[in-house]
Design a protein around this ligand. Structure first.
Ligand code: CAA
Ligand code: NDP
Length: 291
């Protein structure tokens, strides 16, 4: 089946990026969030990111105008009932995602494909709470969505081939590249990336280095574009902790135990860039390390 309309649930950093690339590729997008404020901030972010692409001659002003016109914001989840494809991108908490699917399913067309942008949670388990596990899969974008080339595609145990092909075709239309992962905790990218970030936090916790020396070491020593602590702040420390907990619980191996210092930052509400403070303090002109 051909996908023409897309519903995105959650207008945070990932949801607004997904709405951005979908609209630019010609899909009509319904963007939903529980918070009107987050919806407005999400739309403003899409606008400024599109403007940046226009100023760098990546897209034309007409492309930008057309993309903005294709995005319809709504705080009413049932407004997504008519779309061909739903990409859920709300907070990384299983109960939140399950509740969204539970509320949405009664309003959906029978043909609608349901997907989640989850970073780590079992696709099979999320699918089993819906009426269509065969039309459910993982559609995992990378941050920042307009820039990163990869989309991980994850089949649940029941996902059918037609659903997988329809999602692969969307990735192609976006001009991105897909990699397929089996449905195990945190899939491929975060199975490898998140233990590295967690280890960087242990390195800080144990005093092996400070924020600056750890990030400089990994940037200049291994040519990573961002140091691991800078990247953790960019992803969101709540999301990093949630992923570590899924790895720890799902694989039952102590090598995945989240660093207590990561837990402490999350408990403080220091979630990284999105709250203005994490391993760095972003409230001034330039980021300042907090340790
Ligand atoms: C947690 C998960 O589930 C999975 C994940 O996503 S893990 C995280 C994956 N992401 C990464 O690892 C990102 C690592 N960092 C990077 O690649 C780079 O630092 C970066 C691309 C984010 C920024 O690159 P940079 O060279 O420092 O900055 P800059 O030169 O200003 O920007 C490079 C490009 O990114 C764009 N960009 C930067 N930040 C952006 C943002 N937040 N949103 C949209 N576009 C952005 C810029 O416009 C620029 O675009 P062009 O090349 O088209 O002109
Ligand atoms: N951050 C990253 O680098 C990546 C994240 N992901 C995944 O994407 C998803 C979203 O992450 P991210 O965008 O970073 O998180 P954010 O915290 O930036 O955004 C989450 C958004 O979801 C909203 N939300 C919460 N509950 C609901 C609900 N019931 N209905 C609709 N919206 C809701 C939140 O609103 P409010 O703030 O009002 O609660 C917020 O606007 C997560 O599953 C995450 O694991 C995937 C790839 C990369």
């Amino acid at each position: 089946m051909e996908i023409r309309t897309v519903g995105v649930v959650g207008a945070g950093q990932m949801g607004n990026g997904i709405a951005h690339v979908m609209a630019l590729a010609g899909y009509d997008v319904m963007l939903n969030d529980i918070s009107q404020d987050m919806l407005e901030k999400g739309l403003a972010k899409i606008h400024s990111n599109l403007e940046r692409q226009v100023s760098r001659d990546k897209i034309s002003a007409d492309d930008m105008k057309a993309a903005m016109a294709r995005i319809k914001p709504t705080v009413q989840l049932p407004d997504l009932g008519q779309v061909d494809l739903v990409i859920e991108s709300a907070t990384e908490r299983e109960a939140v995602k399950q509740s969204i699917f539970e509320q949405l399913v009664p309003h959906l067309e029978p043909h609608t494909i349901l997907t989640s942008n989850t970073s780590s949670i079992s696709i099979t388990r999320l699918a089993s709470g819906t009426d269509r596990p065969e039309k459910f899969m993982g559609f995992h974008f990378m941050n920042p969505v307009p820039i990163m080339q990869l989309v991980e595609l994850i089949r649940g145990i029941a996902t059918d081939q037609e659903t997988f092909q329809a999602c692969s075709a969307v990735v192609e239309k976006l001009g991105k590249t897909s990699a397929t992962s089996e449905d195990f905790p945190a899939f491929i990218v975060n199975r490898i990336l998140m233990p590295m970030i967690n280890e960087a936090v242990y390195t800080l916790y144990e005093g092996v280095g400070n924020v600056t020396s750890i990030d400089v070491s990994m940037k200049l020593g291994t040519n990573h574009p961002m140091g691991p602590l800078e990247l953790a702040d960019f992803i969101g420390l709540d999301t990093c902790l949630a992923i570590m907990n899924v790895l720890h619980d799902g694989l039952a191996d102590t090598k995945y135990r989240p660093c207590p210092l990561l837990t402490k930052y999350v408990e403080a509400g220091w979630l990284g860039r999105k709250t203005g403070r994490g391993f760095y303090d972003y409230r001034g002109e330039t980021p300042v390390p907090t340790r």
